[in-house]
Design a protein around this ligand. Sequence first.
Ligand code: PRX
Length: 656
Amino acid sequence: MTEAKLEAWLDETRSFAPSPQFSKQANAQPSIYEEASADPVTWWRREAERLTWHDEPTNTLEWDMPFAKWFSDGTLNASVNCVDRHVAAGRGDRVAYHWVGDAEGESRTITYADLQSMVNKTANALIEMGVKNGDRVAVYMPMIPEAVVAMLAIVRLGAAHSVVFAGFSADALSSRILDSDCQFVVTADGAFRRGAASPLKPAVDEALESCPNVKSVLVVRRTADDVNWVEGRDVWWHEIVERQSDVHTPDYFPSEQTMIIMYTSGTTAKPKGIYHTTGGYLTQVASTYMNVFDVKPDTDVCWTAADIGWITGHSYIVYGPLINCATQIMYEGVPDSGGKDRWWRIIEQYKVTILYTAPTTIRTLMKWGDDLPKGHDLSSLRLLGTVGEPINPEAWMWYREHIGGNRCPIVDTWWQTETGAILISPLPGITATKPGAAMRALPGIGVDVVDNDGNSVGNGEGGYLVITHPWPAMTRGIYGDPERFKETYWTRFPGKYFAGDGAKRDDDGDLWLLGRIDDVMNISGHRLSTTEVEHALVGHPAVAEAAVVGASDDTTGQAIVAFVTLKMSTDDASKDQVAVIEELRLHVARVISPIAKPRQIILTPELPKTRSGKIMRRLLRDVAENRSLGDVTTLTDPTVVNMISELMGTEASSDD
Ligand code: PRX
């Protein structure tokens, strides 16, 4: 790439006009911005008509800041909205999921009628296990259709699911099960990744040693490996589900019934149980799915390349698409399972029209070279999306040129676990796009960028991103901790939702997201707190103190760098440092997840601190970013020590 080309890409004024082929789209008309901003509450009430209500709501919004209720006197069933109503309308033969396995050639086709039968049987099985309205059920599953079926069956009964990403450790799973007092777990014996089976059930068994309230575990057989079995507690899916009736008569629940609990990292060591309720969440995921992705359910084949263990999977693999009767790809593997061109082969084979993924993945695919996508027919694609972290203009342009053939608009969608649905994004056919900008708030959403005192910044200036009024899919709180909810999101700028992200308005007033401004790191689009990783490190017997920073990384956006001082009295301190570092990295992976494994651990005799004893994180970040230190470099390395002293000389009084 020439420097001039890069300059042009980085130019904030570079913009792509709304794509002509989208200008007559059926889903959203340019007038929707004005209609929605004239009266957002009424506009959302109209969007709620996308759902099938058992009792139509007469209330729309009740707002007792920061606690919102949407459509509170309406009743509905989430699973009926996702499945039954489509079958009843004669669309049972439509494919809900083209499931593509990790292994080459393994696939399943699941129609809406199939889904209905699977969900009903599973709901009947869960009833037999004792699940009832108001319960919480943990789901710890690989990317197989049974994961979606379990989620739908759980909410069908009025219970809430707490899906825990299957890459999380036994410790992480047990703390989540305990926090929301889940009494049931749905899991699988194992998962496949790049052709190899990896067990899941042992992590559940270990987690449940500290969760005495869990009565029953439903286990899907996926890898067919031997598993430890606890009689009276564990139940095979193929035994209990298969013998059930495929008829289940649903009950209907209040709009404010909790349906989702999803743990996400905050700035403390304890992840927050973000929960979502039914009517508002479903309304907004249904609305944004149609408007942002311009989905034509009769013809599109949509692929949200995410895991159901994250909110993106909940909102845009499960609920948003199913409510709209869309046809999707659900892919079990990683991008290079079966070869680095696997994604392009899937797109070619299934004629995928809409692809939604994270910048991290785009950068990885980009590194693997232009020839791989070039070797495949990607002409079916008509829209591309990105989510999870700021996208660098270079990756955006590569995505546009090499994947989207310069014809597909790119929607850079900003949102969070807490927001439930996309809040900031261009609308294809209506909004221009710029490489690296999420552009503007969606209709019905109020967004501002404010300075330290809460005053709106002008064009060309940066500040903190806030949401100015309630929206239907907003989290109703942190499970069991309303005070923490208030404190975390609503006190920094009273009356406004504080997202924790920095943002900038460019000269045209368009929005650019700048990343987190707190101690939350974004590693490959996964949220992790520095404190959580520090906590894991100091839990190791050899560690005296640890400080963790997120350093920029070309592929993963940010990477974890940990500075660690060892307890000199332990045997470990005299061990080979390479071995100690490796042991600590594995320890973090065991305690939290392999995604939390530090890229680099730097052993240091002490941590740089301010006079008031606060760790100087900014300085550590500088060290982590400015130098490419090998994995085993320690701060006793004179060059690093010099660098720290130099930086301390200039920043020693900083209280950062
Ligand atoms: O920092 C923002 C970043 O991801 C955070 C939310 O993470 P999580 O709750 O895990 O949800 C991710 C998927 C919705 C945000 O606070 N983020 C998300 N999307 C974008 C983004 N940063 C910049 N641009 C985006 N499009």
